[in-house]
Design a protein around this ligand. Structure first.
Ligand SMILES: [Zn+2]
Ligand SMILES: [Zn+2]
Length: 301
């Protein structure tokens, strides 16, 4: 069943940036997209933003003045590809009364304030986040502990194997759940039992499958996994659908479509994430509804 508009109580996901490490650009990258990580998640009406890569600027253009007054950005970690969209987030530039709340879990409980303050300051950047009209707030927690928000919403977290650490998130709403597992390098043996327990029975897992198994021997220790390892984890943990994410900027549309076909031969509900792709999970036991055609063209932003 394909529907363009999900109900207001659905758990909804839209990809705004799907590349890892750096952007991709050119006619061979049109179908899957170019921006670095940013995913919009709606738990009913409630907005969460996962990571603030360059895709955040595209999301900000879409939200514009309609953005909520309080916006929660969950940062997996602070590598450049996950934060470089922050000063280009239009809702932060539009309204003085807006609050942008960032959450960071891989710094032993420290928030992202100090490292982001070092980066977004002269001579590396002309403007400090504190000079933007919106007010930025910085919250630190320890990955593995849940985050509880002022409206009672609770999000589960998990520490991921990545240089310097990263945080995985599990968001649940009305009996549905999605897991965001980026950036992560798989362990040996695999799947990791703790991670498998964390993602168990999720309706969707967004997983760092930057490389293929064939490429992995050249990238061991870089902190990223493969799409095949994403499938193995999904099958072991009863994950219902898998979105491969943090796509390598050197993988063009032709490569990704071929890899996607190979992956779907072993897991039909797995796919390579596409920018602007929208997926909604209706409450309780309704079917997954997906809308993919609009992802074929990635507008310039
Ligand atoms: Zn990354
Ligand atoms: Zn990283």
């Amino acid at each position: 069943m394909i529907r363009r508009v999900a109900s207001s109580e659905a758990l909804q996901v839209r990809f705004w940036g799907i590349r890892g490490s750096t952007c991709a650009s050119g006619p061979q990258f049109v179908e899957f997209g170019s921006h670095t990580p940013c995913v919009e998640v709606r738990c009913g009406e409630r907005l969460f933003i996962l990571d603030a890569g360059t895709g955040l600027s595209a999301l900000g253009m879409e939200l514009g003045q309609d953005a909520p007054e309080k916006i929660d950005i969950l940062l997996s970690h602070l590598h450049l590809d996950h934060i470089s969209g922050l000063p280009f987030f239009k809702p932060a530039l539009l309204a003085k009364e807006r609050v942008i709340r960032t959450y960071c879990g891989h710094l032993d409980g420290e928030s992202a304030m100090e490292p982001l303050g070092r980066l977004f300051a002269p001579p590396l950047f002309p403007v400090r986040l504190g000079q933007l009209p919106a007010r930025f707030e910085y919250h630190g927690f320890r990955a593995g502990e849940p985050i509880t928000f002022d409206d009672g919403t609770r999000i589960e977290t998990h520490l991921l194997n990545h240089p310097g650490g990263a945080t995985g998130f599990r968001l649940s709403h009305r009996g549905r759940s999605i897991c965001y597992i980026s950036d992560v390098e798989h362990s040996d043996p695999w799947p990791d039992p703790g991670l498998a327990a964390f993602v168990r029975n999720a309706d969707l897992m967004i997983f760092d499958g930057m490389f293929s198994d064939a490429e992995y021997s050249y990238c061991r220790g870089w902190g990223h996994s493969t799409w095949q390892k994403g499938v193995e984890l999904s099958k072991a943990a009863g994950v219902k659908a898998l979105a491969i994410f943090h796509l390598y900027p050197g993988h063009d549309d032709a490569f990704l479509k071929k890899a996607e076909a190979e992956m779907q031969a072993v897991m039909p509900t797995a796919f390579m994430a596409r920018e602007r792709q929208f997926i909604a999970f209706e409450p309780a036991d309704d079917e997954m509804v997906a809308d993919r055609p609009e992802t074929a063209k990635v507008p310039a932003v």
